[in-house]
Design a protein around this ligand. Structure first.
Ligand SMILES: [Zn+2]
Length: 419
């Protein structure tokens, strides 16, 4: 066929993908700390690490494949331990923004659970201010560049998403105190209250300090911890006009996505991997399983609820995916859902936005138009910290730059699965 590019000859392709203006709407701060920084700060704090070299940590902790979720989650213990001082949070946030800028990412939404960083030296406001300080510094540095100032290239922007936890243990001094204070409440009730407290803090700090805390998220194990339990926190955020995104369908079926939408007013869904899986519907009252999924899918498509796709992360935590070609992203494309490529965790998943896009192009049937849509959905469905007309102007600048760079790309991409 004419006008095709062989992705197996990747040099030029990768160069173009690196240059296009990209976004990452789902990236966890604690999963994206540079290994060099974990080593540097652990040494400073006298914290024990299994190795004090990047190679050693890659081999022992931050692996290419994780045997189980426990091994995967262990990585967060090491990064979380060095995120307990304001200056460290600032440094880590700054470096994450820089790493994104280096690969052409122009817009990021950094998410994390502030309650994991509250301790005797930092309250929630200090935690959020410190993260913001690092991101703001990287934003200002970038936007001072001549090519950005003279509007030849789009600016870099960011916003912050706070994560409530579906469940937690005594993982931080704050959570330990929280649990200890409620002698007569069960753990579920305690988790619900912690979510509501976070929603109140996030809204009040946003309004008092003027930080771009744009959205509320729910993270953690879905099974046994339904999103509906946290509806009061989401309702609070909703009434304060904060945006909502929910980790759903990552390790549980379509009902989790249903709850995210109906109970938590989700504007976006994190992962959504099991959206189409009838075998995972547990509610005995759902007799027409295909119809149930079709209705949810139709609603998501119609409302343009955007699915934050994290291919590498899903491969690592869902053994059932096995091969990337089995990922439900292909079905989502077929159903014309609004999807966007995200990393989830740059360090833990050893990935980048460029890498996620190349992974998709190499394994799915994606046209030039599909690729453009995915990137543009990310900008359009972002929780941009500005007025609507400013967002429109910014999205337009990204779009124009995107079209300029991708001019030479063919309409159809051919990968190893389509020969
Ligand atoms: Zn996530």
């Amino acid at each position: 066929m004419e006008n095709q590019v062989d992705i197996k000859d990747p040099v030029k392709f990768e160069e173009i993908i690196k240059r296009i203006p990209k976004n990452d709407l789902h990236v966890h701060l604690d999963g994206s700390v540079r290994l060099e920084t974990i080593i540097e700060l652990s040494k400073k704090e006298g914290l024990e690490l299994p190795s004090y070299t990047v190679e050693g940590l890659n081999e022992l902790v931050f692996k290419d494949q994780y045997a189980n979720l426990g091994e995967y989650l262990k990585t967060f213990g090491y990064s979380g331990a060095v995120m307990q001082k304001p200056e460290y949070l600032e440094q880590i946030s700054y470096e994450l923004a820089i790493d994104n800028q280096k690969e052409g990412v122009r817009y990021i939404e950094i998410r994390f659970a502030p309650q994991l960083h509250i301790n005797e030296n930092m309250d929630m406001e200090t935690v959020l201010k410190s993260v913001n300080a690092g991101l703001e510094r990287a934003e200002k540095d970038f936007n001072r560049r001549p090519e950005v100032k003279n509007q030849q290239e789009p600016e870099f922007h960011y916003s912050i998403i706070v994560c409530a936890m579906r469940e937690f243990g005594p993982w931080s001094p704050y959570f330990r105190n929280f649990i200890d204070s409620f002698t007569y409440s069960d753990r579920k009730e305690i988790c619900r209250l912690a979510s509501l407290e976070l929603a109140k803090g996030a809204v009040k700090i946003r309004d008092k300090v003027g930080l771009p805390i744009m959205a509320f998220d729910l993270a953690g194990a879905e099974a046994g911890n339904p999103a509906a339990d946290h509806w009061r926190a989401f309702q609070y955020a909703h009434e304060a006009f904060m945006h909502k995104t929910v980790h759903a369908g990552e390790d549980y079926g379509p009902e989790s996505i249903f709850q995210a939408i109906t109970e938590c007013h989700a504007d976006r869904i994190g992962h959504g991997y099991f959206l189409f899986d009838t075998t995972k519907i547990r509610n005995p009252e759902v007799t027409d399983k295909e119809g149930y999924i079709s209705d949810i899918t139709q609603y998501i498509a119609d409302r343009r609820i955007t699915i934050e796709i994290c291919l590498t992360s899903n491969l690592q935590t869902n053994p059932s995916v096995k091969k990337i070609e089995n990922h439900t992203f292909a079905k989502m494309l077929e159903a014309h859902l609004s999807t966007t490529f995200c990393t989830d965790n740059r360090t833990v998943s050893k990935t980048s936005v460029t890498n996620e896009i190349l992974l998709a192009l190499n394994n799915f049937k994606i046209s030039k138009k599909d690729l453009r849509n995915c990137i543009i959905y990310g900008f359009k469905r972002s929780f941009f910290p500005g007025r609507y007309h400013q967002k429109r102007k910014y999205v337009r600048s990204c779009l124009n730059y995107y079209d300029k760079i991708t001019k030479e790309l063919p309409e159809i991409f051919v990968n190893k699965n389509q020969v």
